[in-house]
Design a protein around this ligand. Structure first.
Ligand SMILES: [Zn+2]
Length: 376
């Protein structure tokens, strides 16, 4: 392992990947990232196929050492997009000091992709012969994988387990579960009337919204971690007019997907019996990501990874994370999924994003040794 790793080369390769503007809405940039990654994997004996999930999206890459397989022992999952708009690279290209690497997407998650490549490169041809691997790199994780979700799920269905190569935490923790989330837009329709001369003829949409806000507050269960937040409200046009329209945007987070489903049903049934007579309510669920929860098969995998981390003397733990990743989708279809196989870092989605240089090599070794253990 050590003999095929050179930090200087790693950082040069990482800079090549980071110094391309490749936000989810910059498909041409994502295609450039794919252009860099494709020959790298081909060079280590993998077959790379491009998949275009939607005309507005960038390409996805399907990378495998067994092009004729119909199932895979392991799926490695990663994303090529970032949250950053065009121009970010010009403003702050990749840089580093003795401790950390900085730059848009350095940790989230170009280093995760690069480290996966290093881990695969370190496997012997004999080991690769006995392990069917697929690496799925998508183009839209940062916008909820709206275009690539079905593609990812279909690959996960063909795979025995999924290792997501998002960063591990600065504490060293890997991730065994992630909260699910949903976003709602709730629209309230009333009847406009003059607030002075015809108040009784109006139906006040803001009053209806107010009832809903408090009802939603009551649905929060801090004990089970099912939380809701009315984050944005709008409505009304003049102080002397009974408002006929209002809208609330609501965030829902949960560990238990059944609780989220129950809340969804409750919102739909509340819409049928508005608080204010004559009001009409429509509930639109804009996004939905199920929670990532470990099954008993996942527990076996956790044990195996923990053993390998201990052998390498790596400081680690298992984290239950509030934010989501593509691991939420692959776990929800029933494929055991763990996350955090990239190097350690934090500050995602901001200028503060950093990657801890000392963690690069040990985390490549952890991934490589984990893969060796998965050989049947
Ligand atoms: Zn990410």
């Amino acid at each position: 392992m050590t003999q095929c790793f050179e930090l200087e080369t790693y950082l040069e390769q990482l800079a090549q990947l980071v110094n391309i503007d490749c936000g989810s809405h910059t498909p041409a940039g994502i295609a450039k990232v794919a252009d860099v990654i494709t020959p790298m994997f081909e060079q280590i004996g993998f077959t790379v196929t491009r998949h275009q999930p939607h005309p507005d999206a960038g390409p996805c890459l399907f990378i495998t050492n067994k092009p004729n397989a119909d199932h895979y022992d392991v799926m490695l999952s990663g994303h090529m997009d970032t949250v950053f708009p065009e121009g970010t690279v010009a403003a702050r290209p990749m840089s580093f000091d003795s401790e950390k690497v900085y730059g848009p997407g350095a940790t989230d998650m170009k280093s995760g992709i690069l480290s996966a490549w290093y881990a695969l490169k370190s496997l012997s041809s004999q080991e690769l012969e006995n392990l069917a691997i697929v690496v799925a790199l998508n183009c839209d994780e940062e916008i909820g994988s709206i275009y690539s979700r079905e593609w990812l799920e279909s690959i996960a269905r063909q795979s025995r387990q999924v290792l997501v190569c998002e960063a591990s935490r600065p504490t060293g923790n890997l991730i065994r579960s992630r909260k699910g989330n949903a976003k709602y837009e709730i629209e309230f329709h009333g009847v406009a009337s003059h607030a002075g001369s015809a108040l009784a003829e109006g139906v006040n949409a803001i009053y209806e919204l107010s009832h809903w806000s408090l009802a939603i507050k009551d649905m929060v269960n801090l004990e089970t971690g099912t939380t809701m937040n009315v984050g944005i409200i709008e409505g009304g046009m003049a102080v002397n007019v009974v408002p006929d329209y209002a809208k609330a945007t609501v965030d829902l987070r949960f560990w238990n997907t059944d609780e989220a489903k129950a809340i969804h049903e409750k919102l739909l049934s509340m819409a049928e019996t508005p608080f204010e007579q004559g009001a009409k309510v429509t509930v639109n669920r804009l996004t939905f990501k199920p929670s990532m929860q470990p099954s008993s098969d996942t527990e076996t995998l956790i044990k195996l990874v923990s053993e390998e981390a201990e052998k390498l003397n790596i400081v680690y733990g298992w984290e239950d994370a509030g934010g989501g990743s593509d691991g939420n989708f692959t776990a929800a279809i029933g494929t055991p999924t763990l996350d955090g196989f990239g190097p350690m870092g934090a500050g995602f989605h901001s200028e503060k994003e950093y990657l801890l240089i000392d963690s690069i090599e040990p985390r490549i070794a952890l991934l490589a040794n984990t893969l060796r253990r998965l050989i049947a």
